[in-house]
Design a protein. Sequence first.
Length: 460
Amino acid sequence: MPLTDLDALIEEWNAKLDAFPLELHQFVEQCAQAHKETLATYFYQQMLADRDAATFLSHEQVKTRLHGSMQRWIVGLFQGPETVNVQEVIQQQVHVGDVHARISIPVHLVLRGARALKARFVHLLHDTPAASPELIALASRRICDTIDLAMEIMSHAYASSHDRKSRAEEAYRMFAVAQNISSEKERQRAALLDWENQLMFDKAIGLQPEQLPRVGSSEFGLWFRHKGAHAFEGSHEARLILDSMERIDNVLLPAFGRPLSEVSGTYVDQLRELREQSKSMVYHLDRLFEQNTVIESGRDVLTQLLNRKFLPVVLNKQVSYAREKNQGFAILAFDIDHFKSINDNYGHDAGDQVLQQFSSLLINNSRGGDFLFRMGGEEFMMLLADVLPGDALRTAEKLRERVASEPFRLDDNLQINITCSVGLAMFNGHPDYQQMLQRADAALYQAKSAGRNCTVSADH
């Protein structure tokens, strides 16, 4: 928040405090401390009764952590002038607004919860022994004024964060296909053809329907579901491609295992429709690329990996997708071990060469639906889409071992060997992607503390 805004809010908050006598502040502060658990419980009961709000609060870890956080928020909000640090209280409201924007909690739900909280707190005041009607009336005004001001600060922070997020999403939507759109078009056409050839070969050698390769989990399918569909979001062609993938995987391939009497048409008819669906996907893919010929640059200049500015957009999309489809994904945080010594011993040009070769190794060992980021310096991140915990751990270990065994070539025919440390975190249902990033960072820190050149999973 800009300093001028913060100074104005501090002044306004202090003016609200000055409007009431000290005895009133002490009374409200004591009531907040006495009723904090009751108020937090009531707040989440009301929110969970709302179908839209329950979507964000259904995860057990969220409910457990937020109940305690809500109690601390209530107590902190109603501190009197003798104990309050106004700047800290305001910054807390800004932080909450940022979090709400990050996980896309609608503002109206937050305001509804605040309204319920005010009503419940005022109701509890009337049950306070020996409290005069005048004192209750003043305390009710203090409670409502304070919560309203807190909501105003949260909403301002929410709007600012949401605007930044929207701009980043639009930039990423334009970028998401690839830096070189013509080469990406050919790459995905080839990936789709590879799937079709593999399918026909597997069918010819007599594999059962459940063993046939699904287009949704093919290289093309992973790329389109996690990147292409977002880049071309809202287009008719993208919807048709997704529909074709759905029909192939859920209708046509399973039908190969049923008697012809149970399906319409002949065996040749089934193959013909399969071929037509595949041709349709190629046609619509070409149309999409023709319509999107300008792609905004968003790669790290040195390594050509994604900029970290797109990390919030990608993670928000992955969290939404995982919660909707009940799919898992993982984050791998990489740090090149003792990278400073490379710069010190061989120079910064050599360090840049190592970074470029490291990024190439990650690219060559990733799938179409995975995402790669350079986080800064010698830190990298890989997002593994549609992956189970065991497979994510095996991928992390395979990459770590590849780095350790790969000769890194420098100028003057020099070769050096490097190692890396890896932190792994699986998506656990929490709607805020920052929690997952923190777990991956903590796992990476443990890997470095354990001697480096190892993988640590936050989930073990």
